[in-house]
Design a binder for this molecule. Structure first.
Ligand code: MZP
Length: 393
């Protein structure tokens, strides 16, 4: 028998919950919400969005544009040390272009007026990678591992703490209280939560490990709330729509890390291809592809065979025998700024409906409810013969 077989509660995903409303005063509905959050102790960003440390997501172009919008790009570490450091340098040297009119959420700048950028590190070559990234001017580090509750992670965090005490370090990924207590105990300034739930991820499918993202975030943020010294929780993976973002933030995440959401955008590194070219390459999908899709964008996981062109990609998974991610396509969605401002408008409206004007107030006030499968049928469009698709992100 296993040490424990949990039959109740089940593990839940974010899309199974709804957010209750509360009294919304007129002043609240008219005010500009405070979306600033800490993603590590003493390290704040202006909107609660981080882009995933993935080859298909965070290159310098996307990281720079996200920082202009107030969020944080995390450059991927599944590449040689010098090329990651060069990407960091390119963000630090990009024009901030920070006029408040076109970028209403304050641009994320360092003390010298340069754009802020994060970078991922792995648990194998950190002794060489961290100095190169620090030299390039990185502002914050993230340990990139699908299973972060390990001795390798402990050594990596302790190395950064001892040698670069001024650079904040976020540990992860973890999915339970034990993970939070260990990572914070080893000195991490924040934790990243999520395993097996990324849109390109097959980890749970191929080897069973993982947990529904809502349950993982609830358990980790409840444990964090009991820590003697507060530390942020970042929900990473399985968050695609504004609805899922609102629930992740309401149930206790301080910020969200997104892969597919950003991979769809103009600034993401993957190739953009037309519908016709896609159908020429994959004729079998003809008839199945949504007729409204004109362009597609490549999106592949860090655990996919494609990501492993660079040796470093295997370090996230600690093995090189089998794939834990897939290589696919997502619908192209246009420029980052437009998408983000629409998504943020939804999040602010949702917060206001719940009576909150900041993420910490949302944590205090939110009443989140598990919905029945039948009631969830009514969440999407139903009983219509035809309608025009609307973006949910
Ligand atoms: P999503 O936003 O596309 O659902 O998920 C992105 C997250 O999935 C990443 O931040 C990372 O934690 C995780 N990831 C990246 N590659 C893989 C994989 O190949 C993966 N399995 O699970």
């Amino acid at each position: 028998m296993a040490r424990e077989v949990v039959l109740q509660p089940l593990a839940y995903s974010l899309s199974e919950f709804t957010l209750d409303t509360a009294y919304t005063a007129r002043e609240l509905s008219k005010s500009q919400a405070d979306l600033s959050v800490a993603v590590a102790r003493g390290f704040k960003i202006n909107i609660p969005f981080l882009s995933a440390a993935m080859q298909a997501v965070t290159g310098p172009e996307l990281a720079a544009e996200l920082a202009r919008c107030g969020g944080l790009g995390v450059i991927y570490c599944s590449q040689p040390i010098l090329s990651e450091a060069e990407m960091v340098r390119r963000v630090k040297a990009a024009p901030p272009n920070a006029d408040n009119y076109s970028y209403p959420f304050k641009t994320l700048l360092d003390a010298q007026g340069r754009l802020v950028v994060g970078a991922a590190i792995n648990t194998k070559d950190y002794a060489e990678r961290v100095p190169a990234l620090a030299e390039a001017g990185v502002d914050i580090l993230f340990v990139d591992s699908s299973h972060g509750n390990t001795d390798y992670q402990k050594e990596t965090i302790q190395f950064v703490k001892q040698n670069y005490p001024l650079v904040p370090i976020v540990g992860g990924n973890i999915i339970n209280s034990d993970g939070v207590n260990n990572l914070i105990g080893w000195g991490a300034d924040g934790v990243k939560v999520g395993m097996g739930i990324g849109s390109i991820c097959i980890t749970t499918d191929v080897k069973a490990t993982g947990k529904g993202q809502a349950s993982a975030v609830m358990e980790c943020s409840a444990t964090r709330d009991k820590l003697p010294e507060w530390a942020p929780v970042i929900a990473d993976g399985g968050i695609g729509t504004a609805r899922e973002m609102c629930i992740a933030l309401a149930i206790g995440a301080d910020a969200i890390m997104l892969g597919k959401y950003f991979a769809r955008l103009e600034e993401a590194p993957g190739n953009k291809i037309s519908r016709d070219d896609f159908l020429r390459m994959y004729p079998a999908t003809n008839g199945k592809l949504d007729p409204s899709i004109e362009y597609l964008k490549e999106y592949w996981g860090e655990g996919s065979l494609r990501a492993r062109i660079h040796q470093e990609a295997q370090y996230r998974y600690g093995q090189n025998e089998f794939a834990e991610g897939v290589d696919g396509y997502t619908e192209y969605a246009g420029p980052l700024k437009e998408n983000l401002s629409r998504t943020l408008a939804k999040i602010i409206k949702s917060m206001h409906d719940a009576g909150a004007n900041s993420i910490s107030e949302l944590h205090e006030k939110a009443i989140v409810r598990l919905a029945s499968a039948r009631s969830m049928n009514e969440v999407g469009v139903h009983d219509l013969i035809s309608y025009k698709k609307v973006s949910l992100s």
